[in-house]
Every structure is written in structure tokens, then in C-alpha cells.
Design a protein around this ligand. Structure first.
Ligand code: FAD
Ligand code: FO1
Length: 445
């Protein structure tokens, strides 16, 4: 593994017990650099390898829709690891209780974690680090070019990070080795998934979706289907929400059920459709890794304070502008605005758990237009995004909302009421791009 993926979070006493990988963001057995690294350390020290996941009873507005997508994926991870003689333990409750107790009990010698720029994950790791004495090594297996390596500061926009990513791609878009089978036959105690599901204190009213099956193996077949059937027309059709032109990989990326590096290797090896390949790889590598950069270096990624000064200034200057419409959260949530197109987008995410990428921009910008303040717009957009999107609670979501409402990674545009110099989008702009009537017809309550 390229050592530049590795960060020593904490040094510690040398022990001789097992190596433990605390799986968090990258919930997969295949193509997981953190797991590969943990296994190489275990083999080097000739000790056992253990993989653990800590299931918290609630997580940032997540409902049963997202938890079931994740848990079904974890059930597959357990089966996959066991086939390689690697035990998988699931802890219920708070990580700062469960991890130190487990590491102590088995006299672990090293804790390996995967990289996650979100505040909640960094908080969990800090709480655990304060309670243990063994070393903690972090591996970035979510970014092709590791987040902390590609830049040591917040990047202004895609055009500033793109060259830094591109010049490192040869080094980091490398082949990922397979997982090895461990020699010894540890006792593979099975997880009590019933008990795990009963431990959740979440909103069960947002139903699971049935059109996307969770887990590593489905993710792999969705990638193959995208390459064989959709890649060709991706560039041409990707902004038309009436067409099923996108990869639908974001829920799998969000839960780490497929490696972005594996997807980039697969798409790069297609020697055809150059425009679509470039367009897709730009989103997959530059836009996605720009989101991790923003969230890692800007702890205010989910608030008005996190916007650039020019955006805060212009939004402040237009605070008192008259809003033509003002809606409460329930009216947005129940798709009860005056705008049939906006309502259709909200109905799409309520029913499908995944709003089309083009509509997400329009959807969020209208929330800015129809609320009392940018802070309220941010609060409503993040709440609804994270409650209904399968891929919500993700750096891409915080950045997508901040781009739409606060011009993050965008530039100033001609000034207008409410928006100030934040890029405006309107109904007529959509009319020029796709058939609004059929989108509304296809997304009814
Ligand atoms: P594809 O077009 O097939 O893209 C493939 C991958 O490229 C995506 O899975 C994603 O990882 C990456 N990508 C594509 N577009 C973007 C983008 N604009 N920014 C960053 N990465 C991108 N994405 C989420 O993963 N979770 C969210 O909660 C989320 N909320 C958003 C909210 C708003 C207001 C906006 C404007 C965008 C949001 N996005 C979010 C980004 C983008 O819309 C989705 O990643 C994309 O639509 C996912 O569908 P796909 O994988 O089928 O897309
Ligand atoms: N990560 C965990 O380590 N434990 C959890 O119980 C957990 C629940 C969860 C629910 C919804 C969701 O969208 C994410 C969740 N995550 C959980 C975080 C996830 O694994 C990713 O690390 C983050 O979403 C960051 O990408």
C-alpha cells in the first residue's frame, strides 16, 4: 500500500495482541486499503486480525431507509470476511465505551481506522484515542488521492484542486491487491442482527427503497451495468432527470460498499466514449474528492459561517429583501409549494430515496428563495436531504447544499433579490434542459 495513504494518529506501547480494524466509512471487504493494511500488519507481527463495526442507535437524522441499506450491506461484509477466516464483531451503542473495552479484553496491539472528514467520525475517534494506549493508524481508502496528501488547505474550487489530483493520479490510481485468507481458524462467532436492529432508536416512517439492493455484490453489478449500458450516453443525458442516465452508485459510495478507486479503474480502462468517461471521472474524482477537502479543512461545512466572505456579504445585504413566497418546513417536506417542478423533486426523493443530481441544485436554490433566511434555508435543506436521501449525511451533501445556497466552490453572478450574487436557477432554465411535464407526471404523490 502507498504509505501516503497512511497517517499515524497516535503512537503507543508495543503489544503482541491482534490487529483490529474499526470499520466505519468503508464498509466493504473488497478493495479496502484500511483492511489490506491491517491484514499486512497482522501478518507481519504474526498475530490475529479482527474487524469490528460500532452501530450507533441514531445518526444525523438517518431513518430505517438508510440504516437498513447499511445493515444489509454489513451482513454481506460479515459473510465475506468469514470466508477469509476473518472474524467480524458488531458493537451496539457508543464507540467510546465499546472500543476501549474490546481492545483491552483482547490485548490488541494496533487499531486501524479509515478516513472520514465528518465531525462526528473525528469526534468518535478522538474519544476512543483518549482512552487507549495502543497505536492508532488511519488509512484513507475513500479518496483515490488521499485527502490529507492532495492538499494541506481548503481548496477554493474544482479548478484549484483538479491539477493537484491529476498530477498524483498515476501514483494513486494503482491496482488494489486482493484480501488474503488468514492461516489460523479463529472462532467465527456470528453477529446477532436481530438484536442489532432492535437496538435502533430511529424514525421508521421513511420506508426502505426496493429499486436499489444494498451490498458489495450488487454495487459491483451496478458498476458493470453502468459501464456496459449507460456510460456511452452519460455526458449527453446526465442532466435530464427523466432519463435513468446516472450510475446510481452514490448510496454505495456513501456506505463504502464499493471503492471509488475500483470504479475509476474500471471506467478508465474503457477505451471508448471519451467525453462521457471524462465527464464521469470529473464528478467521481474531482467533485467528490473536493467535498472531502471542504469538510476536512472547514469545520463549519454545515453552517452559514462556512461560506466564503463574498457569499456571506452578499447574502447579508439581501436579508431584508421581500420573499415572494415563504414556506414552513412541513410545506417543503410534504411537497406543498406553488411550484409543481419543485414538488416533483421532493416527491422523487420521498419515494425513491434519491433525487436526480440536476434537480438537487434547483431544489436547494428554491429553498433559499422561499425561506426567511439563508440559515433557515441551510437547516431545511440539510434536514430534508439527510432524512430522505439514501446518500445523505455525506460530505457531498454538505457541499452540494453549501454550493447551492452559499456559492461554495462557485463564483459570484449578477446580483438579484434574495440571492444577491449567488448563482440563480429558475423554472425556465429547467424548461430549456428537459421535459418538465413528464418529470412532474413521473413524480406524483
Ligand atoms: P453520477 O452522476 O453517476 O456520479 C457518480 C459519482 O460522482 C457520485 O456518486 C458522486 O460520488 C460523484 N458526484 C457526482 N456529482 C457530484 C457532485 N455534484 N458533487 C460531488 N460528487 C459528485 N451527493 C451525495 O453523495 N450525497 C448527498 O447527500 C448529496 N446531496 C446533494 C445536495 C445538493 C443540493 C446537490 C446540488 C448535490 C448533492 N449531491 C450529493 C451530489 C450529487 O448530486 C450526487 O452525488 C449524485 O447525484 C449521485 O448520483 P449518482 O451517483 O447516480 O451520480
Ligand atoms: N457509521 C458507524 O460507524 N456506525 C453507525 O452506526 C453508522 C450509522 C449510519 C447511519 C446512516 C448513515 O448515513 C451513516 C452512518 N454511519 C455510521 C456513517 C457512515 O458509515 C459514514 O462513515 C458516514 O456517513 C460518512 O460518510
Amino acid at each position: 500500500m502507498n504509505e501516503n495513504r497512511l497517517k499515524i494518529l497516535k503512537d503507543g506501547e508495543k503489544k503482541t495482541g491482534p490487529v483490529v480494524y474499526w470499520m466505519q466509512r468503508d464498509q466493504r471487504a473488497n478493495d479496502n486499503w484500511a483492511l489490506i493494511y491491517a491484514q499486512s500488519k497482522a501478518c507481519e507481527m504474526n498475530v490475529d486480525l479482527r474487524v469490528v463495526f460500532n452501530l450507533v442507535p441514531e445518526f444525523l437524522e438517518a431513518t430505517v431507509r438508510q440504516y437498513e441499506f447499511m445493515i444489509k450491506g454489513l451482513e454481506e461484509v460479515e459473510q465475506h470476511l468469514n470466508r477469509f477466516n476473518i472474524p467480524f464483531n458488531l458493537f451496539l451503542g457508543e464507540p467510546e465505551q465499546n472500543l476501549p473495552r474490546f481492545l483491552e479484553k483482547i490485548h490488541a496491539s494496533l487499531l486501524v481506522v479509515d478516513f472520514n472528514p465528518l465531525k462526528i467520525a473525528r469526534f468518535w475517534k478522538k474519544k476512543v484515542a483518549d482512552k487507549i494506549q495502543i497505536p492508532i493508524h488511519e488509512v484513507d481508502t475513500h479518496n483515490i488521492v488521499p485527502c490529507k496528501y492532495v492538499s494541506d488547505k481548503i481548496e477554493y474550487a474544482a479548478y484549484t484542486i483538479r491539477p493537484k489530483i491529476k498530477r498524483n493520479l498515476d501514483e494513486f490510481l494503482d491496482e488494489i491487491p486482493p484480501l488474503l485468507t488468514m492461516e489460523n481458524n479463529p472462532n467465527l462467532e456470528k453477529v446477532d442482527w436481530e438484536k442489532a436492529r432492535n437496538s435502533l432508536k430511529i424514525n421508521f416512517s421513511v420506508p426502505e427503497v426496493d429499486w436499489l439492493i444494498p451490498g458489495e455484490s450488487t454495487a459491483k453489478s451496478i458498476l458493470e451495468k453502468f459501464i456496459n449500458q449507460k456510460l456511452e450516453s452519460y455526458n449527453q443525458h446526465r442532466n435530464d432527470p427523466n432519463l435513468n442516465a446516472l450510475s446510481n452508485l452514490s448510496p454505495y459510495f456513501h456506505f463504502g460498499q464499493i471503492s471509488p478507486q475500483r470504479v475509476a479503474l474500471a471506467v478508465s480502462s474503457v477505451n471508448n466514449f471519451p467525453e462521457s468517461k471524462d465527464a464521469f471521472l470529473e464528478e467521481l474524482i474531482v467533485r467528490r474528492e473536493l467535498s472531502d477537502n471542504f469538510c476536512y479543512y472547514n469545520s463549519k461545512y454545515d453552517s452559514f459561517e462556512g461560506f466564503h466572505d463574498w457569499a456571506k456579504k452578499t447574502l447579508n445585504e439581501h436579508r431584508e429583501d421581500k420573499r415572494e413566497f415563504i414556506y414552513r418546513l412541513e410545506q417543503f417536506e410534504n411537497a406543498e409549494t406553488h411550484d409543481g417542478l419543485w414538488n416533483a423533486a421532493q416527491i422523487e426523493v420521498i419515494k425513491k430515496g434519491k433525487m436526480h443530481g440536476f434537480m438537487r441544485m434547483y431544489w436547494a436554490k428554491k429553498i433559499l428563495e422561499w425561506t426567511e433566511s439563508p440559515e433557515q434555508a441551510l437547516e431545511f435543506a440539510l434536514y430534508l436531504n439527510d432524512k430522505y436521501q439514501l446518500d445523505g449525511r455525506d460530505p457531498n451533501g454538505y457541499v452540494g447544499v453549501a454550493w447551492s445556497i452559499g456559492g461554495v466552490h462557485d463564483r459570484a453572478w449578477t446580483e438579484r433579490p434574495v440571492f444577491g450574487k449567488i448563482r440563480f436557477m429558475n423554472y425556465n432554465g429547467c424548461k430549456r434542459k428537459f421535459d418538465i411535464k413528464s418529470y412532474i407526471l413521473n413524480n406524483q404523490k
